[in-house]
Design a protein around this ligand. Structure first.
Ligand code: SAM
Length: 231
């Protein structure tokens, strides 16, 4: 397990300043994914879904939703949360990689690419290329640009908190994140940043025709979402 995966493998990640932040965050992500579900018959994959507390919203709009998480405790919590929902499966990365080619109409990987090396990202894009149906859509979201990534994330969190009634918790949360392993891991393991041209080039090399979406999924509009289809 990579150290970033261990970092996220808590019952409640330090990344969310409180339960309200976590739930508003995942509701907005789910609404963003929901907007891209092409039809009620669609089979959807959310790769690196995290706690995904509003995944039922996406599942309700599709035929089936596979949630993939590498962190075992997060995966166990997802399995417990959605045990009664037969439209949702919770899978490991290896389990989804073994699924037949052309299994999914929509594949989403949101806010994960920054924790992957470029080689890991390329390996995953190759897997997504195989798993996607020929007319399917692959969404790579929350790509962090190299410019002012940390101040932009902090400011976006404070604005998000102000808009949703957890501003002071966001201030406290930023201090907690600062004192957590996040910055140590950032130093030792790094975070992968891409500007728009670099990500488009990477997606093209992986066999996708891609464009940047007008809005990023989620609250941080300094980050970017890319919409990719098979070349
Ligand atoms: C910032 S969270 C994003 C969660 C959710 N997608 C969102 O947008 O809020 C990153 C998640 O990616 C997961 N992750 C990191 N590396 C992964 C990998 N190689 N395969 C699958 N999940 C991974 C982490 O465990 C964590 O839950």
């Amino acid at each position: 397990m990579s150290d970033w995966i261990s970092f996220y493998d808590f019952k409640h990640s330090v990344i969310y300043v409180n339960a309200r932040h976590r739930d508003v965050h995942y509701r907005i992500i789910a609404e963003g994914i929901h907007a891209y579900v092409p039809a009620h018959s669609a089979v959807v994959l959310d790769y690196g879904c995290g706690e995904a507390t509003s995944a039922d919203l996406v599942a309700a709009a599709s035929a089936h939703l596979s949630l993939v998480e590498a962190a075992p405790n997060v995966r166990a919590a997802l399995a417990a949360r959605y045990a009664g929902n037969e439209k949702i499966s919770v899978l490991t990365p290896d389990e989804v990689a073994a699924r037949p080619a052309g299994s999914f109409d929509l594949i989403v990987m949101h806010s994960v690419a920054q924790y992957l090396t470029t080689a890991e990202l390329d390996r995953l894009l190759a897997i997504f290329r195989t798993l996607l149906k020929p007319d399917g859509l692959c969404i790579i979201g929350d790509i962090v640009s190299p410019k002012l990534a940390a101040p932009a994330a902090a400011l976006a969190l404070l604005r998000f908190g102000a808009a949703h009634g957890f501003f002071w918790a966001a201030v406290g949360g930023l201090i907690r994140i600062f004192l957590s392993d996040y910055f140590r891991l950032k130093k030792t393991h790094g975070l992968s940043h891409y500007d728009e041209a670099a990500m488009l080039k990477r997606l093209r090399a992986a066999g996708f025709a891609a464009r940047r979406a007008p809005r990023n999924i989620g609250h941080n509009q300094w980050r970017m979402t890319f919409l990719a289809r098979l070349l």
